[in-house]
Design a protein around this ligand. Structure first.
Ligand SMILES: Nc1nc2c([nH]c(=O)n2[C@@H]2O[C@H](COP(=O)(O)OP(=O)(O)OP(=O)(O)O)[C@@H](O)[C@H]2O)c(=O)[nH]1
Length: 139
């Protein structure tokens, strides 16, 4: 299963995280917004669609390439999940939680402390390491 996620950074440097609705898998945990890519979509298209459905924004991805990836086999021994994370600094519209969860804006240190699904823990670590390596401002 291909999953795509967005690391949205606002102009004040804070990053958006989405709290999953309670009734879903990983309910109440904070994730990078996104979701499953359909078979007919490339990853960029899938993420732009998911960010529109979940947050109501039109996003412009910083790059066609992902900044980090995380993967694991599903607990049922079924298909492997691969999540690719893309950064995004430009979008049209004000992000809102449209699917029953909530959103918040956080510093990297705050994100590290949020309760997250396992792959988002990995994505957050890799994202902030990668940005530090590139000498980019984290906040
Ligand atoms: N973000 C994230 N998703 C994970 C992790 N582990 C894992 O199995 N997933 C699964 O990856 C999928 C992410 O897609 P999604 O966000 O569109 O899933 P969803 O349940 O909201 O949508 P759905 O109602 O269409 O199934 C979900 O099935 C989610 O449970 C993880 O560590 N982080």
């Amino acid at each position: 299963m291909r999953v795509v996620a967005g690391a949205l950074q606002r102009q004040d440097g804070l990053w958006l995280m989405h709290k999953r609705p309670l009734h879903k898998q990983h309910g109440g945990l904070w994730e990078f917004p996104g979701g499953k890519a359909e078979v007919y979509e490339n990853q960029n298209e899938a993420l732009i669609r998911e960010l529109h459905e979940e947050l109501g924004i039109k996003a412009v991805l910083d790059s066609h390439s992902s900044i980090a990836e995380a993967r694991h086999a599903s607990p049922t021994g079924g298909e492997k999940i691969v999540i690719a994370l893309y950064t995004c600094r430009y979008w049209v519209g004000e992000p809102q939680a449209l699917e029953g969860g909530s959103i918040g804006w956080f510093t990297p240190d705050e994100i590290n402390k949020l309760d997250k699904p396992p792959l988002d823990v990995v994505l957050a670590e890799k994202l902030f390491e990668e940005l530090a390596d590139k000498g980019l401002q984290r906040r």
